[in-house]
Write a protein that binds this ligand. Structure first.
Ligand code: MF3
Ligand code: CO
Length: 249
């Protein structure tokens, strides 16, 4: 069931989403050579405790044990905070969600550790652009896979590939609601988009082939060919005036 949100509900999702993005950018300041990924988890938890009205969305979700997902280099999503030390040239994707008064916000962003290769920079740039191309299609009257198609075309035109095993999703009273929003698809197909729909749109893009494998921890997805992977995510509402990025800060 895809349900439409009222203005009051969207306000709560906006609050959750902004908190999530603010905390992600707070964490960005600590992304430097020498920091361990579990230090980022700790900083995130401490920061969360300062805002009494928000709770982490991921911790305990399907048994996921952490507040933050930290995916480094070839890791696509669901990287677990660990003793891994970041080094110059790495790229690191942070994925983070919170719940506020029963409503969820979900965001992700890929950051560079110090100086990275030109090709890694291009991967990050193209993935973020693909997210905005997808968001641009989130309008009343368009179809769901117009979003998917816009993302896929931009990525493939630039010589990269979209991950197919993980998708964007509706969001609201749950972290994951219908519909699923693949990052590939055919223009002009899928359900009609309506005002009041709220989506977490999240392209995951590999520099090499699109196939992923899962690590022994049962969670962490990585590019099978060990190429770099980037991930960007915003929570977006469809309004009378087109898409509104609720997680914009
Ligand atoms: N942003 C991811 C998603 O939408 C994060 C989920 S992590 C989990 O699916 F731990 F909560 F599963
Ligand atoms: Co998500």
């Amino acid at each position: 069931m895809v349900y439409l949100k009222t203005e009051e509900e969207i306000e709560k999702i906006r609050t959750a989403s902004r908190y999530a993005m603010e905390i992600l950018f707070y964490l960005k300041e600590f992304i430097k050579e020498g920091i361990r990924t579990k230090d980022l988890e700790k900083l995130c938890e401490e920061r969360l405790k300062k805002s009494k009205k928000i709770k982490p969305a991921f911790k305990g979700y399907n048994g996921y044990p952490y507040t933050l997902c930290v995916s480094v280099n070839e890791e696509v999503v669901h990287g677990m905070p660990s003793d891994r030390v970041l080094k110059e040239g790495d790229i690191v994707s942070l994925d983070f969600g919170v719940v506020y008064e029963g409503y969820y916000g979900d965001v992700a962003y890929t950051f560079a550790v110090g100086k990275i290769s030109k090709e890694a920079e291009r991967l990050i740039k193209v993935t973020e652009e693909a997210l905005y191309k997808g968001i641009e299609m989130a309008r009343e009257g368009n179809r769901l896979y117009d979003i998917s198609f816009a993302i896929q075309s931009h990525v493939e035109k630039n010589g990269f590939s979209v991950v197919r095993e993980f998708v964007g999703h509706g969001i609201g009273r749950s972290l994951h609601e219908e519909p699923q929003i693949p990052n590939f698809g055919e223009k002009g197909t899928g359900m009609r988009l309506k005002k009041g729909m709220v989506f977490a749109i999240e392209p995951m893009v590999n520099m090499g082939r699109s196939e992923v494998s899962i690590r022994e921890n049962g969670w962490t997805a990585y590019a099978k060919d060990m190429s770099l992977s980037a991930h960007f995510e915003h929570t977006v509402a469809i309004t009378d005036d087109g898409p509104e990025i609720l997680s914009r800060v």
